[in-house]
Design a protein around this ligand. Structure first.
Ligand code: C2E
Ligand code: MG
Ligand code: MG
Length: 705
């Protein structure tokens, strides 16, 4: 038993996405590891550099102390007296040379790159780099700190540096400013600046830093991998538990909304669904139908054969009803032997009668249970929305009432709540039956209406138009029955017959030696949407042996626009067979030349209603002119349909319309009657008035129409 799918609103109450623990863990942990490692590298570097500076500063202080202890007393007077002296005087002072020799001998073998001495005014009074003697560095912050009794150091990278042992390149140097005193607690008498080269130390630190970072990364990654396995396992367990819980909830929900015997949705679910269907129908302006089905003679079976037989019978009946419905129709068991069916969308209320009839016929077929041949029936009451109530309760009540009144009159039948609907449904049924019979009895025929070339007024094509030659009613025009053929899908068979008959007629005319003419055939959406349509057309063209370029299919715009992509494919396939294609009734639908760009059609047939408007409206003429020009740009020939007056014919000649069709030239005629018009020498002339008027060309004698 195919169970019905619960609607989206019930089927998935949990719309939030489940938490993905493993993914969350992976992302956050990886980010964490990167952040920790990067921070560690940064902190390590900061600490190491600070430590290095401290260490080097202490070394430089010790160095200057040692220097001061041994030789400062020899030079303190020179430094004290340097205030106000020019660079030249300072450089020329013999003390500078002695100091230099002394410094070099003391610093030999140490990491010191340069030594400078400043006086209390911040003037460089000595430097191992002689060029710097005399420079004023009083604004230097480190020097100022040293002159105030503090030690200051900073580290810097130098691409090029004049050390006392020569120029050195790409080195990291620490410069320490140290106060110069004669005795440790004596007054400040100047300042030293000592540069020491720490490049190698820094390189070693850098190396150590990356080693530590690598180690940390390895440790954290191992930890991550370990935790990942735990988390993934936990995640899988949680997911499984979630699935089990969902399944259990689903089962509970299913039990609450379904009948355990037939598996069909039950009365509780019916009420909600009907309400939804009504809302949708109201919003989209649809017609919806509710059927109330009650089984006949079920009680007898139940009482005489027992409940088990009754249950089996209900299951079989439910399955049979389901088989009569379309995919989107809904079937419910209301309890006992009562069922309801909702048809959420129907084209016409009468369509429900077709479904109801199918159900009563199917249910009435014999059922064998426990070696008993049983026969039950179904009586159906039908309520239509809108019309028979605008609430779920009202519709149900009216469908129920319709069912009871049917039961009183005719068990095993169906009827609508409104009597008028029954009348219409039975008329529809009569037409349907008569059409089927008529088609079987060969009452269908094709009439042909000429399409003339605008310039020469000679027939260049014929449109095949379906007629039903009814034994008592006479010729029935297609407007009265095409709709029924389409709704019952009989149009698929009839449409094939039309194409085949038109092709055979074309073949016969060709065999008679008539010059090549195109025959156009109308295609209904039901045919076009059918999966076998292209194959059918190809088969008919092959079997009748006509030149495919003489066959034209007339399609309507709405048929193309409803499913653009599929229409494009079908059109490509039809073009590959070699057929011509036209858009029929242009001006009644979307009338979008923009869409036409997407389809490779050859003709555009402007609808009669539009052609009629031309005569009366300036605006209509402007639109028609624009259509003509745009169609020409797209290489599409315009055909004016329903041309009834010479004025209309002249207007369309003037806007480069390729062909004209209408009562002005000829009405649709049976094949035999249209035959005389097909000779090349015949010119169909206008004469005003709706009756067909055609004339012969000057070299022929007149032929009556
Ligand atoms: P259509 O394809 O637009 O056909 C043109 C209709 O306009 C025909 O009506 C034709 O008789 C009528 N007509 C042509 N010239 C004039 C005119 O000057 N004045 C007036 N008042 N009418 C004119 P018909 O034959 O009644 O067909 C009506 C519609 O039925 C067709 O419109 C077409 O859509 C459909 N149809 C006819 N035969 C078939 C068929 O074999 N298959 C399908 N799917 N539809 C068909
Ligand atoms: Mg047509
Ligand atoms: Mg038309």
């Amino acid at each position: 038993m195919p169970t019905q799918i619960l609607p989206a609103t019930r089927a998935s109450p949990r719309t939030t996405r489940p938490f993905e623990l493993t993914r969350f863990f992976s992302v956050t942990s990886l980010i964490g590891i990167l952040v920790v490692t990067a921070s560690l590298i940064w902190v390590y570097r900061e600490l190491a550099v600070r430590h290095l500076i401290d260490h080097e500063t202490r070394a430089n202080v010790a160095l200057t102390r040692a220097f001061a202890n041994t030789v400062w007393s020899n030079y303190r007077d020179y430094v004290a007296a340097s205030a106000g002296r020019s660079r030249e005087q300072l450089v020329a002072d013999p003390m500078v040379g002695r100091l230099r020799a002394e410094v070099l001998s003391k610093m030999n073998g140490l990491q010191v790159a340069k030594i400078k001495i400043y006086n209390l005014q911040g003037i460089t009074v000595f430097s191992t780099d002689e060029k710097q003697i005399g420079e004023d560095k009083s604004s230097n912050a480190g020097l100022q700190a040293a002159l105030n009794g503090e030690v200051a150091s900073n580290i810097s990278f130098r691409e090029r540096f004049d050390a006392f042992e020569g120029v050195i390149a790409n080195r990291n140097l620490i410069a320490s400013y140290v106060p110069a005193r004669h005795a440790a607690d004596g007054p400040i008498e100047g300042a030293f600046e000592v540069y020491s080269d720490v490049t190698e130390l820094l390189d070693k630190q850098e190396q150590a830093r990356w080693q530590v970072a690598g180690l940390v990364l390895v440790v954290l990654s191992t930890l991550y991998a370990f935790l990942f396995f735990i988390v993934r396992k936990a995640d899988r367990i949680i997911a499984r538990q979630r699935r089990e819980r969902d399944a259990k909830e689903e089962e509970i929900r299913h039990q609450a909304y379904h009948d355990p015997l037939t598996g069909l949705p039950n009365r509780a679910y019916f009420a909600e669904r009907l309400q939804e269907v009504i809302s949708m129908a109201r919003r989209h302006d649809h017609t919806a139908v509710l059927m109330f089905i009650d089984l006949d003679r079920f009680k007898i079976v139940n009482d005489s054969l027992g409940h088990q037989a009754g249950d089996s019978l209900l299951q079989i009946v439910a399955e049979r009803i389901r088989s009569c419905l379309r995919e989107h129709d809904l079937l419910f068991r209301m309890g006992g032997d009562e069922f309801t069916v909702i048809l959420p969308v129907v084209a016409a209320p009468e369509d429900a009668a077709i479904v109801a009839r199918r159900i009563t016929e199917t249910v009435a077929r014999a059922i064998s249970i426990h070696e008993h041949e049983l026969s039950v029936g179904a009586t159906i009451g039908i309520a239509v929305f809108p019309g028979d109530g605008d609430s779920a309760d009202a519709l149900l009540k009216n469908a129920d009432a319709a069912m009871y009144s049917t039961k009183e009159n005719s068990r095993g039948g169906h009827s609508f709540y409104r009597a008028a609907m029954n009348q219409r449904a039975s008329e529809r049924l009569n037409i349907e039956t008569a059409l089927q019979k008529g088609f079987r009895n060969g009452e269908f025929a094709l009439y042909y209406q000429p399409r003339v070339d605008t310039a020469s007024r000679r027939v260049v094509a014929l449109e095949a138009l379906l007629r039903w030659i009814h034994p008592t009613r006479g010729v029935v025009p297609p407007g009265e029955f095409i709709g029924v053929l389409e709704e019952t899908r009989m149009m698929i068979i009839v449409g094939e017959w039309v194409l085949r008959t038109a092709c055979l007629q074309l073949r016969a005319w060709c065999d008679e030696g008539i010059r090549p003419l195109r025959v156009s055939v109308n295609v209904s959406p039901v045919q076009f949407e059918n999966a076998n349509f292209v194959a059918m057309v190809r088969r008919v063209v092959e079997e009748t042996g006509v030149d495919p370029s003489l066959v034209e299919l007339e399609l309507t715009e709405s048929l193309l626009i409803d499913n653009l992509q599929q229409a494009q494919q079908t059109i490509e396939s039809l073009k590959r067979i070699g057929l011509h294609l036209s858009i029929d009734d242009f001006g009644t639908g979307y009338s979008s030349l923009n869409y036409l760009r997407l389809f490779s059609v050859d003709y555009l047939k402007i609808d009669r209603s539009f052609v009629t408007e031309i005569a009366s409206s300036e605006r209509g003429r402007a639109v028609a002119t624009a259509i003509g020009e745009m169609a020409r740009a797209l290489d599409i020939t315009v055909v004016a349909e329903g041309v009834e007056t010479e004025a209309q014919a002249r207007f369309f000649s003037g806007i480069h319309c390729g062909e004209l069709q209408g009562f002005l030239f000829s009405r649709p005629l049976p094949a035999a009657d249209v035959r005389p018009l097909l000779s090349n020498s015949i010119v169909l002339a206008a004469g005003g008035g709706p009756a067909p008027r055609w004339l012969q060309s000057p070299e022929q004698s007149p032929v009556a129409g």
